[in-house]
Design a protein around this ligand. Structure first.
Ligand code: BDP
Length: 702
């Protein structure tokens, strides 16, 4: 097996459940006159055929026990007669219910729109894939978040910024005439977890994407995705009117510029009537933007929003900004720049905010922007591709990271004002809401560079559908669908996944440390590195280690980043005694001899955490060793090999960081801990091959 099938791996169910399921899939009553209906029916037949070894007979009416009826009240008179309550379901929700139809026990999958039926079909298949009972179903589901989007950081030359799974799956050369079957499989996978949008190109965008030639190609992709409920969006370069429109400037207050964008939007919607809108990285890491003309982010976003509004499109404006000129703490800059603009954005603008205030680190406290801009819909931006988490090979399940952020309490409106409630619009009553994930998908046969990375695409989609789901329950589904339902395999693997992110935090950046990674690649440790041209790209900017202590003082006597949080949280983070230890060095500069809750010194705990991270990876290897024989040898062996790489590199991280921090602390290694395998000089001298997304000529490539 090569992993191509992802979690839609409809291999025959081994258990006795299959027999029971067959009697619940005797007949299928389902229209297929629209492309989405056809996609839903094909999926159901493919899934049942694979899982049960037989497909139900197609029929117009229910004539036997165990029928499945799927559709909308509009597409199926029989479903209409059942008068099921679909009010709450909206356009994308669905109901899967066991009921009697014409005297026969049947399963109905009903929705208000075809797309809901497709989502319902995937849910029903998931129940079978995970061997759930299906005799008394009463499932009622609808998405809590409106825009559930993958951001592809794909360049037009086929490379991917921070992509570790091969090249871009968009074959711009052969589009629009040749539509790779893979595009359809991509759409199926997205739809199966409720993803309904795809931004096709890198946030460091090229103007060429908006030329007629490329728009034809984009339209072709949109036509493949449409039946699966996926809208396409484009990242646009703010200066496009100059680069491809012949204008002298891109000033958002210039009527010529405004007209250029209006006409461009009109042209796009001519080709793609359901085009989603624009994603914009502006005045960030060298990208052009409205500030080049003395205008604000709101001025820039609103100009684009006005061009899209007549067509129903949205602008997703990114809040990832920090500048070299600004000498203030980088972690404070997005908040300082955007909070004053609350209330100034058009209704079709979402502000897309990274989960933390620095940059997709193994652990960051949630960005203080969440909860701070009640008049603006804030969209979550997670990273699915593991830029700072070991690329393709390290096994790091991101479910716990996402859940930690989504369930964090901002306290802005009393207890229970979670980040999830900010972004799903519940807290401030926004109808527009969104969650984006920077995709980890490429041309590798397994799509994501490793089998376990597929779980990160999967969990992102499931949490975008419902941000209160548990990362563990989602991992459990994923393991069953991807590997096997054998409990002896499922339990240890889910445990291993659930612990994997904490292990990575421990061997890379424990206790609130961040951004110790090598310049450029962001792979491997380089806490010593002084070569980056900007201070805020150097690890020392973040760890501040010296003879006395380590950590970034963000308290009121430091950068005062703490006061960007709601007062009770600010007070907590400001007080070293109350700060959760996982954020200790994020908020405080701490003496090496400071005693943590364990009674040990900071220096001791730092060494202990690094060591523990390595031990955890060894434990993961041990777990995997015991699971030989439960799954196919191809995937088994790759996971084993990747775990061996991870173990080696966890050791490297530990040893390099301990060697370096010891050179700062001057403290002896606490008793019982092995010394680093090599000298600090050795770790400093290592060099590495090219890593994706670090092409020095590309902007934002540090
Ligand atoms: C950083 C990446 C860089 C991206 C940037 C962004 O290193 O490649 O362009 O984020 O999100 O994490 O714009």
């Amino acid at each position: 097996e090569d992993g191509y099938e992802l979690w839609l791996r409809y291999h025959p169910l081994a258990s006795t459940q299959a027999t029971a399921y067959r009697s619940r899939a005797s007949q299928l009553i389902m229209a297929s006159s629209t492309p989405t209906q056809a996609a839903a029916r094909d999926e159901l037949l493919r899934g049942l055929g694979g899982l049960l070894g037989q497909t139900p007979r197609l029929s117009d009416t229910v004539t036997r026990d165990g029928a499945i009826i799927a559709g909308t009240p509009a597409s199926s008179p029989q479903l209409a007669r059942l008068r099921l309550d679909t009010g709450q379901l909206g356009n994308e929700g669905y109901l899967v219910r066991s009921t009697m139809v014409d005297g026969h026990p049947a399963t109905v999958i009903v929705a208000n729109r075809d797309i809901g039926v497709l989502y319902g079909v995937f849910h029903f298949l998931r129940l079978l894939q995970t061997e759930q009972p299906i005799d008394h179903l009463d499932v009622r589901e609808w998405p809590r978040i409106k825009l559930r989007v993958l951001d592809h950081w794909d360049n037009l030359d086929g490379s991917i910024e921070r992509g570790y799974a091969g090249a871009s799956i968009w074959d711009w050369w052969k589009l629009p005439d040749w539509l790779e079957p893979r595009y359809t499989d991509y759409a199926r996978a997205d739809a199966s977890i409720g993803i309904n949008g795809a931004v096709l190109d890198n946030v460091n965008a090229e103007a060429a994407i908006l030329t007629p030639t490329y728009l034809q190609k984009v339209a072709a992709l949109a036509s493949v995705f449409r039946p699966y409920g996926i809208r396409v969006y484009l990242s646009v370069r703010f200066s496009s009117p100059m680069e491809i429109g012949g204008l002298k400037a891109a000033d958002p207050s210039d009527p010529q510029v405004q007209r250029w964008w209006r006409e461009k939007a009109d042209a796009i919607y001519q080709l793609i009537p359901d085009f989603g809108g624009f994603l914009v990285k502006a005045n960030s890491e060298g990208q052009p933007g409205p500030q080049d003309y003395g205008r604000t982010h709101a001025d820039g976003a609103n100009m684009l929003a006005d061009a899209l509004a007549p067509h129903g499109g949205v602008v997703m404006w990114r809040a990832f900004v920090y500048s070299q000129a600004n000498k203030d703490d980088r972690a404070k800059q997005a908040y300082e720049e955007f909070k004053p603009l609350d209330g100034q954005f058009r209704p079709n603008v979402l502000l897309q905010v990274k989960n933390g205030s620095v940059d997709f680190q193994p652990r960051e406290p949630f960005s203080p922007l969440f909860g701070a801009m009640p008049k603006t819909p804030l969209m979550m931006e997670f990273q699915i591709t593991k830029e700072y988490l070991g690329f393709a090979t390290h096994l790091v399940y991101l479910g716990p990271l996402y859940q930690e952020v989504l369930s964090a309490d901002t306290l802005v409106d009393g207890k229970g004002s979670t980040v999830a409630k900010v972004i799903d619009g519940a807290l401030d009553r926004h109808t527009l809401s969104g969650m984006a994930g920077a995709a980890n998908i490429g041309t590798d046969r397994d799509w994501c560079g490793s089998t376990f990375n597929q779980a990160n695409w999967y969990v992102f989609g499931r949490l975008a559908w419902n941000p209160t789901l548990s990362a563990r329950a989602i991992a459990d589904d994923w393991v069953r669908m991807t590997f096997t339902n054998d409990e002896a395999f499922v339990r240890p693997v889910v445990d291993m996944m659930m612990g994997s992110r904490e292990a990575a935090v421990d061997y890379m950046t424990p206790l609130g440390l961040h951004h110790l990674m090598a310049y450029g690649s962001h792979y491997g440790p380089a806490p010593w590195d002084t070569s980056p041209p900007r201070a805020d790209w150097r690890p020392a900017y973040y760890h501040q280690a010296d003879r006395h202590g380590i950590g970034f003082d963000r308290t009121r006597t430091g950068s005062d980043a703490v006061d960007q949080y709601a007062p009770p949280l600010a007070a907590q983070f400001n007080d070293i005694k109350q700060t959760p230890e996982q954020y200790l060095l994020w908020f405080h500069h701490v003496s090496w001899d400071y005693r943590l809750r364990s009674g040990h010194t900071l220096w001791y705990e730092l060494v202990a955490h690094y060591t523990h991270g390595v031990d955890e990876v060894k434990q993961m290897q041990e777990t995997w060793r015991r699971l030989d024989g439960y799954i196919d040898p191809e995937r088994y062996r790759q996971v084993a090999a990747f775990l061996a790489i991870q173990e080696k590199e966890a050791q490297w991280w530990r040893d390099a960081c301990i060697a370096y921090f010891q050179s700062m602390s001057g403290r002896p290694l606490p008793p019982g801990f092995a010394p680093p395998q090599h000298s600090l000089k050795y770790y400093e001298s290592l060099s590495f091959p090219y890593a994706p997304g670090t092409n020095p000529s590309a902007l934002g490539s540090h």
